[in-house]
Write a protein of this length. Structure first.
Ligand code: ATR
Length: 276
């Protein structure tokens, strides 16, 4: 996806994957900085740890408490300029600037892939781990009216509900299943990655047909058992490919300062995930 975007933008860059254990994350970021990498993406389990390892946090990373994108910048006079805009042999101090592109990508995916308007919406979020927390907070930030939080470990939903009430006092938050119909059920648990997984939702307590839309953050398989049942129940459905695409597109924009070629990136991602 990133290399397809890079090619379209005619940049002389390559996007490469490196396996790094958490104990080496500090060294890995320092090494990339020393080698004048344009930037980095970080994924599980590095996003929280990276908050304390970058030199400066963008508001997006400070707000959501997680870094998934780093842009390296060099000091030129009194300004910090992205390395993408400088010659490779530039001199001077370099800093790691941390961003979060995941949270905005959730909202973009819900709007573009499900046609959902979140203002005043009622949403049931399944899962209160890392992904569920950021999704719930970002939904609250995007103007939803009511959130219901369901998680296997109920303590985590209670803690998250308290955080949302404190940060977004205008949003109604309850722990447990709704007694009314909702606009969206969002699966942010890891249930559905494997064929034998249990359903992330108790469909006796809350039948899928009571929701207009179901979004599953899982993107492989393309049709999770939850999405299959939701589709049969008449819900509009989408999987997590859009989230993956939009967080990547935004990262490319942060590094390059250009509009990401989303269509080319989407095609490459689709081929990579699901074959031709
Ligand atoms: P992520 O960063 O992807 O959100 P995570 O923080 O480990 O990963 O969260 C995983 C989520 O899936 C949690 O909501 C977890 O529920 P718990 O908080 O009770 O652990 C949920 N989950 C994982 N396995 C599950 C299972 N077998 N049954 C129910 N929920 C499960």
């Amino acid at each position: 996806m990133q290399n397809a975007g890079i090619e379209q933008l005619k940049l002389n860059w390559r996007y490469l994957a490196f396996d790094v254990v958490p104990e080496d994350l500090r060294n890995a970021i320092s090494g990339a900085k020393a080698m004048k990498f344009i930037g980095l993406n970080l994924t599980v389990p590095h996003k929280l740890l990276a908050v304390s390892l970058v030199d400066i946090l963008d508001e997006s990373a400070a707000t959501w408490g997680a870094v998934n994108t780093i842009r390296f910048e060099a000091r030129v006079g009194s300004e910090w300029i992205p390395l993408a805009n400088l010659e490779p042999d530039c001199e001077g101090a370099i800093r790691a600037h941390g961003f979060n592109t995941d949270a905005a990508a959730i909202i973009r995916a819900l709007r573009e892939d499900l046609g959902l308007s979140l203002e005043g919406a009622c949403v049931l979020v399944l899962g209160a781990g890392g992904a569920g927390r950021v999704a719930s907070l970002k939904l609250a930030d995007s103007g939803v009216r009511t959130l219901w939080l369901v998680n296997r470990t109920q303590d985590k939903s209670e803690t998250l509900a308290a955080e949302i009430r404190q940060r977004y006092p205008n949003v109604n938050v309850s722990v447990g299943y709704p007694s009314v119909t909702v606009d969206l059920i969002l699966n942010a648990t890891s249930l559905g990655l494997h064929e034998q997984d249990a359903s992330p939702i108790d469909e006796i307590a809350y039948p899928l047909a009571r929701s207009k839309c179901v979004y599953d953050m899982i993107y492989r398989p393309a049709m999770t058992p939850l999405l299959k049942r939701a589709h049969s129940a008449g819900c509009r459905t989408a999987n997590g490919m859009g989230m993956l695409l939009y967080q990547g597109a935004k990262a490319l924009e942060i590094w390059s300062g250009q509009i990401a070629p989303v269509a080319a990136m989407k095609e490459a991602l689709r081929k990579n995930l699901y074959g031709a």
